[in-house]
Design a protein around this ligand. Structure first.
Ligand code: GTR
Length: 420
């Protein structure tokens, strides 16, 4: 076992986009029945150039998403350090090297991220899929050195008793992040337990949320919410990965399923170190429209009632009138332009609104066209089981809400086009 302590970077504080004028309260926002035009500024100015997109509209959209939906994009920590906890060069049937790295940032009481990394032997530096997982790294492999989370874990995951993970869970969800299948295809993969950064419950002062001082003027309603913290955690994983010689820093894809798919899309939109963005079955609050026309899909009202902590407090009020939103989720995809984005879905998972997600890609396309891609999205959603690998890619399979080895084949097929 090799133990090393490396400083992976001293980072400047990020500049948080502050709009020139305070953004209006919901009742002062105009009602917009259809998806707001991605290239029209709030003041009505039409964007026609890449320069104006990057300097005006994209920052405006980011500020709007922070203010009304996900909460403030937190500053980068000044310093991020990493310690290799174990390394096994003969893991995954000898096909890969498996490591776990403890990533530390901020004062000692801050949470840490435990990043599990699998790299294909003899094929480095490799492109890498990066993202959070639901219940702990130990669920993804039987390897005995992999750490068991000590944070709160939902009881529904294997081996969890009274919200404590245990060795009983080892390898029980290996299909969701199939490490060996991924390294055999020549890709690396890096994942961490989302609860390392922010446990998925609302009422306890813990995780990164507990580190935030109460603002002097009281709560604004735009405090950093859980999905934003998870996305921020993905960025901290990248802080380390870009220093790792076995990973190609220019070929990182962010991936996540469901609530963590919402996270993947947000993480990709707010950090262009991700070359490719893959939110899987992310639905409402992710790749699915808030102005949904699918009666079977989750609504803003429903999601903000069931999971208020995923979003900032201001978002809840839009549940009663989504036409007041100054954006829809196509704008989040558009922020990623010109980087490839893939929305993946399942037919029986109407809750995640597969059809609405394709509409979001179509509505995001004008931003991609500014970069010279004349056909960034397919004219219509592809047949079930067929990948559309356009820059705004789309895939739908048969079956249910889940993340499976077959889904990973599709992510890698998309990667073969855009990460080579
Ligand atoms: C559901 C929620 C969805 C989705 C899903 C998940 O209960 O309504 O938005 O995020 O959970 O994360 O599995």
């Amino acid at each position: 076992m090799r133990l090393s302590l490396a400083c992976v970077g001293v980072l400047a504080m990020s500049v948080v986009a502050t709009p020139a004028e305070p953004l209006p309260q919901l009742d002062k926002l105009p009602s917009i029945a259809e998806f707001p035009d991605v290239l029209t500024m709030r003041d009505g100015t039409k964007i026609t150039t890449k320069k104006d997109w990057e300097e005006k509209r994209r920052p405006e959209l980011k500020a709007l998403f922070e203010h009304y939906m996900y909460g403030q994009f937190p500053a980068k920590p000044e310093k991020v350090t990493a310690k290799v906890l174990f390394e096994d060069a003969k893991a995954l049937d000898g096909k890969g090297t498996l490591r776990e790295v403890e990533i530390t940032f901020g004062p000692p009481e801050y949470p840490k991220i435990y990043l599990l990394i699998a790299v294909p032997n003899g094929k480095t530096p490799a492109a890498c899929f990066v993202g959070p997982n639901f219940g702990g790294n130990h669920l993804l492999t039987t390897h005995e050195k992999v750490r068991i989370p000590t944070e709160w874990v939902p009881d529904r995951y294997p081996g969890v008793v009274k919200n404590k993970a245990s060795a009983e869970g080892r390898g029980k969800q290996a299909d969701t992040w199939p490490l060996q299948q991924i390294v055999e295809k020549g890709y690396a993969v890096a994942t961490f337990y989302c609860g390392d950064i922010q446990p998925d419950r609302s009422n306890v002062k813990e995780g990164m949320r507990a580190t935030m001082p109460l603002p002097p003027g009281g709560l604004s309603g735009s405090e950093t919410a859980t999905v934003m913290w998870w996305a921020w955690g993905c960025h901290r994983a990248v802080d380390f990965l870009v220093t790792d010689k076995s990973i190609d820093a220019n070929r990182l894809a962010v991936v996540g399923h469901s609530r963590l798919g919402k996270t993947a899309l947000l993480a990709g939109a707010f950090d262009d170190r991700f070359a490719v963005v893959i939110p899987h079955q992310s639905g409402c609050g992710g790749a699915g429209p808030s102005r949904s026309k699918n009666a079977k899909a989750e609504t803003v009202k429903r999601i903000t009632t069931s999971f208020p902590h995923w979003f900032c407090a201001k978002f809840t009020a839009f549940g009663d009138d989504t036409t007041k939103l100054p954006f829809d989720q196509h704008c989040l995809a558009a922020i990623c332009a010109p980087r490839p984005v893939l929305f993946t879905n399942a037919e029986e998972d109407q809750w995640a609104n597969p059809g609405g997600q394709f509409d979001m890609l179509t509505a995001a396309a004008p931003a991609y066209k500014l970069y010279g891609d004349e056909k960034p999205v397919a004219a219509k959603a592809p047949e079930t089981g067929t990948l559309s690998d356009a820059r705004l890619g789309y895939f739908i399979r048969t079956g249910k809400h889940s993340m499976t080895p077959d889904d990973w084949k599709v992510y890698m097929q998309f990667g073969d086009k855009w990460l080579k």
